[in-house]
Write a protein that binds this ligand. Structure first.
Ligand SMILES: Nc1ncnc2c1ncn2[C@@H]1O[C@H](COP(=O)(O)OP(=O)(O)OP(=O)(O)O)[C@@H](O)[C@H]1O
Ligand SMILES: [Mg+2]
Length: 278
């Protein structure tokens, strides 16, 4: 124990970090982005973009293809290093964060990526257990029980656990991916185009599932989508990526926005069909 004296500052700073993370998690703004700049090869994608995501909301994120929705998501979860700006998640700065501190945060969120790929050589249960294996030391029987619980949570039959991704329909794969994202009981969920490629009925069921999960688990959801039906059915507010920045509002507020892209998106023929007389 004689070496403990030397350890103290590091131990204390860890405790301090945990305390500040706990304090941050009580805040009403779960994600705070300020002055975010992203670009590749001299082309600017985000130009001093600001965004707040409130605790317990489903925030829809829309914008034309290539406007940087996925890059924004990846920046928030630390997979893309921005050129400039600040991103706080649960009150903790993630730009330039040390990897060990990032790991502490990663435990509190789940992600369903746009590519959404399940590992094809693993069963669905094994896929769901990937984060458990990575972050915890649970015995196999407990992980099996948890995987079964997650499957029922996302509305998949019990026998899906033993199936391989190639044996599932597109909608089932999305649900299995969602089960994996929920593996560690996150409080924050990132979904990138979860309904893309689904037929309208499966997509609507998935929207309802997101809503149900958000309500029953108290999740905060960052939901990237092209789907105007999803925006209407599943989101509280919408962030539109337009002109390298973000405009946030409810559907009703955005219907009154006079930006040409926003107007076309919400009030054009497809918007009109989905939103009717809102
Ligand atoms: N790692 C990278 N290196 C270089 N360019 C990149 C990288 N990641 C993204 N980009 C570019 O940044 C821009 C925004 O990409 P992003 O994937 O965020 O678009 P998006 O809004 O998600 O589009 P979509 O709706 O098609 O998914 C694109 O022009 C893309 O080619
Ligand atoms: Mg994308």
């Amino acid at each position: 124990m004689s070496g403990m004296g030397k350890m103290k500052p590091a131990v204390r700073s860890r405790a301090e970090k945990d305390a500040s993370l706990r304090a941050g998690k009580k805040e009403d703004i779960v994600i705070k982005v300020r002055g975010l700049v992203n670009g590749f090869g001299g082309k600017i994608i985000h130009d001093h973009l600001d965004l707040d995501v409130r605790r317990g909301e489903v925030l829809g994120v829309v914008g034309g293809s290539g406007t940087g929705k996925s890059v924004l998501l990846r920046s928030i979860i630390g997979l893309n290093q921005p050129l400039e700006g600040s991103i706080k998640v649960f009150g903790q700065e993630t730009v330039g964060i040390a990897p060990e501190d990032m790991r502490g945060l990663q435990l509190h969120w789940g992600v369903l990526f746009q590519e959404g790929a399940l590992f094809s050589s693993m069963t669905v249960a094994q896929n769901i257990q990937v984060p458990m294996r990575r972050w915890t030391h649970m015995p196999q029987h407990l992980m099996d029980e948890l995987a079964a619980m997650k499957l029922s949570l996302v509305g998949l039959p019990e026998d899906t656990a033993r199936k391989y991704p190639s044996e599932l329909s597109g909608g089932m794969k999305k649900r299995a991916g969602l089960a994996r994202a929920l593996s560690l009981d996150p409080e924050l969920l990132f979904l990138d185009e979860p309904t893309a490629g689904l037929d309208p009925i499966s997509a609507a069921q998935f929207d309802q599932l997101i809503r149900d999960l958000q309500k029953s688990l108290g999740l905060t959801v960052f939901l990237v989508t092209h789907d105007i039906d999803t925006l209407r059915a599943a989101t509280d507010r919408i962030a539109v990526l337009v002109r390298k920045k973000i405009t946030v509002g409810t559907i009703k507020e955005l219907l009154r926005d006079d930006d040409p892209w926003i107007h076309e998106y919400f009030s054009g023929p497809r918007g009109h069909a989905a939103l009717g007389d809102m």
